[in-house]
Design a protein around this ligand. Sequence first.
Ligand SMILES: [Zn+2]
Length: 270
Amino acid sequence: MPELPEVETVRRALLKKVVGLKITDIKIKYENIINSDIDYFKRNIINKSIIDISRLGKFLIFNLNEGNIVSHLRMEGKYFYSNEDLDNKHVHVIFYFDNGYMLYYQDVRKFGRMEYKDSSELYTTTPLSLVGIDPILNKKFDYRLIYDKIVSRAVAIKTTLLDQSIIAGLGNIYVDEVLFLSKINPHRPSNEVTFDEVKSLCDNTKDILSLAIDHKGTTIRSYTSELNIKGEFQNFLKVHTKEYCPICNNKLNKDKINGRSTYYCANCER
Ligand SMILES: [Zn+2]
């Protein structure tokens, strides 16, 4: 599943391709991808131009000269930009541009969603109103913004860190890495995490996500970013998908937390 660094990588790749282009038509082949009335979606987007692409957590936002398209790739969503016919049974939405190119939204699992939002309601209505603090976009991101939210919960710290309404954009891979660097066992109840540990979680979250963005994200299983850019951060992972701890060489634990594969060192992470 694309996490913050992968979505940021897609954003940067798309930015170079589609900004300035006018959308002349849209073909919607699988209507459930669109989270609103289909006619409303089309009416508000056709004949608009893309002036920027922004991001909040794992949401991509195509900023139009009037209004916005909010897009979430979920498990397998991908965009392809081309002037060739790339249509296939996994392509569900096609945007046509005034330069003869198309933007294809392909999604094998069909879990991705997109919708049109007026600018006045972009951040005040769902889904973006439910998104927490983005550790990369918010330059003031530190322990003061999340300490109370973290220690008020009794669930496993990993579950809390995956909650997009607190920290936006951390997913399964990077949470394992952040907890390892912070030496915190992912099963530890959130309300037993200390003040210094929350500080450490914040610092490591920023460091890991920034480094992952520099390396264009992580390519595990099906994730490739738009235009076949391969992320390289899998070469820098310390515990996720690994067998042995890089610090003490103990065999890593591999458990499920909320159904998500969790890698950690029971010796180093307490
Ligand atoms: Zn260890």
